[in-house]
Design a protein around this ligand. Structure first.
Ligand code: PGA
Ligand code: ZN
Length: 426
């Protein structure tokens, strides 16, 4: 039973305030969770409550969300059985009473939701993934790792947000990390050859001042070769187009290239990239409301590559169902704070799998040392994870935890190799 709930404002990796919650059980066991925060957020996400007071933290403080945990939610939850996660989460959803958790804040609610699960796992002296997933939890995910950052995470130097690699040739999680390390460092040589300066983006990838989106793909492909891997066979490319953020007035806009495209023209370009580069996965190809654009992309590319909906689905079961009915995408990005409770996230993953779509459990661009998303990935045998780059400690906290879990599972752990894509790719 829950004895006490504490909350405070702490900082995330972009130095922005965020919510930390401690849930303490009557036994004394405690769970602590920190809520992450996105920058390129979808409009259908649950609401992250910020104080909007310009005199404090430029409007970004979360003191109200912290107060909501302590004064509104905690008194209603103390005495509840923390192991009944669904009842706990439902109680919070009802107390909030809005469609998008805008009264109490998804950051307040999710903090409690995650911390309660952790307290139960700690009480049972179990890893969180084992507590949530039971004996079945055994699948180490194929990672999708950012090498180059762009879009809203890198001063919009280029329009696309993430240029990532998927080390499809890896035989284990640790080997996948080693291959990614090699590519990350080999691309540095390519930047130098092109006289491109490098700085580090929000998720740890580099963001040279490329002349075009396509130049980033060329350089990444070259980086894979410089690391002595065969592009596509050993290491493939994934893109997060994050196109909602450059879709205006029914047109897609590449600001850096001064280009404006209709949906058809834009999809032609995406397809030409898939023809030219070893791309195996693309996220948010079309904007969050451009369902007909998504149908077009899915018809053209749905058999060739993984098509992930992030802003499109926002981990929301109704939106996932709509996508499945229309036959758009074949994969869903899963972010707990897009929906605001652990239970709804688990339901979204189940719905995704039921439809034969692939779940990709993802971090946010604003992260912390909290590694709950890793446990979620393991617990549900999701098979893929997206954390950002292989630099910055809020990212490495997740990868390092995965390395520990790989060791802990030993023989009983299975790495999701290239086969993770077999159901969607012909
Ligand atoms: P965000 O970016 O956390 O800023 O939304 C991550 C993503 O778009 O996948
Ligand atoms: Zn995304």
């Amino acid at each position: 039973k829950i004895a006490e709930i504490r909350a405070r404002q702490v900082f995330d990796s972009r130095s922005n305030p965020t919510v930390e919650v401690d849930v303490i059980l009557q036994s004394g066991a405690m769970g602590r969770a920190i809520v992450p925060s996105g920058a390129s957020t979808g409009i259908y996400e649950a609401l992250e409550l910020r104080d909007q007071d310009p005199s404090r933290y430029m409007g970004k403080s979360v003191f109200q969300a912290v107060t909501n945990v302590k004064d509104i939610l905690a008194p209603q939850l103390i005495g509840m059985d923390a192991s009944d996660q669904r009842a706990l989460d439902n109680r919070m959803i009802l107390l909030d009473g809005t469609e998008n958790k805008s009264r109490l804040g998804a950051n307040a609610i999710l903090g409690i939701s995650m911390a309660a699960a952790k307290a139960c796992a700690n009480q049972l002296k179990m890893p969180l993934y084992r507590y949530l997933g039971g004996a079945q939890a055994h699948l180490l995910p194929m990672p999708m790792i950012q090498i180059i950052g762009g879009g809203l995470h890198a001063d919009s130097v280029i329009d696309l947000q993430d240029f990532l690699v998927i080390p499809v040739g890896a035989g284990s999680f640790s080997q996948a990390m080693e291959m990614t390390y090699n590519v990350y460092n080999a691309t540095k040589k390519v930047y130098h050859e092109h006289n491109l300066d490098i700085s580090v983006s929000d998720e740890g990838g580099f963001w040279p001042r490329f002349s075009s989106n396509e130049q980033a793909m060329q350089i990444l492909t070259q980086g894979i070769q410089y690391a002595n891997y065969i592009p596509g066979q050993d290491v493939a490319i994934a893109l997060d187009v994050a196109s909602s953020h450059f879709y205006k007035d029914q047109k897609y806009h590449f600001a850096a290239e001064n280009k404006e495209m209709t949906t058809e023209e834009f999809v032609d370009i995406l397809e030409s990239w898939v023809d030219k580069y070893p791309i195996i996965s693309m996220e948010d190809c079309c904007a969050e409301d451009d369902w007909s654009g998504w149908e077009l992309v899915s018809n053209r590319l749905g058999q060739r590559i993984q098509l992930i909906g992030d802003d499109l689905f926002t981990t929301n079961i109704q939106r996932i169902q709509k996508g499945v009915e229309l036959g758009v995408c074949n994969s869903v990005l899963i972010k707990m704070n897009q929906i605001g409770t652990l239970t709804e996230t688990l339901d979204a993953i189940e719905e995704t799998k039921k439809a034969g779509y692939l779940p990709v459990v993802s971090a946010r661009s604003g992260e912390t040392e909290d590694t709950t998303m890793v446990d979620l990935c393991l617990a549900t045998n999701a098979g893929q994870i997206k954390v950002g780059s292989i630099a910055r400690s809020e990212r490495l906290a997740k990868y390092n935890e995965l390395l520990r879990i790989e060791e802990e599972l030993g023989e009983s752990g299975i790495f999701a190799r290239r086969e993770v894509f077999k159901n969607i790719l012909s």
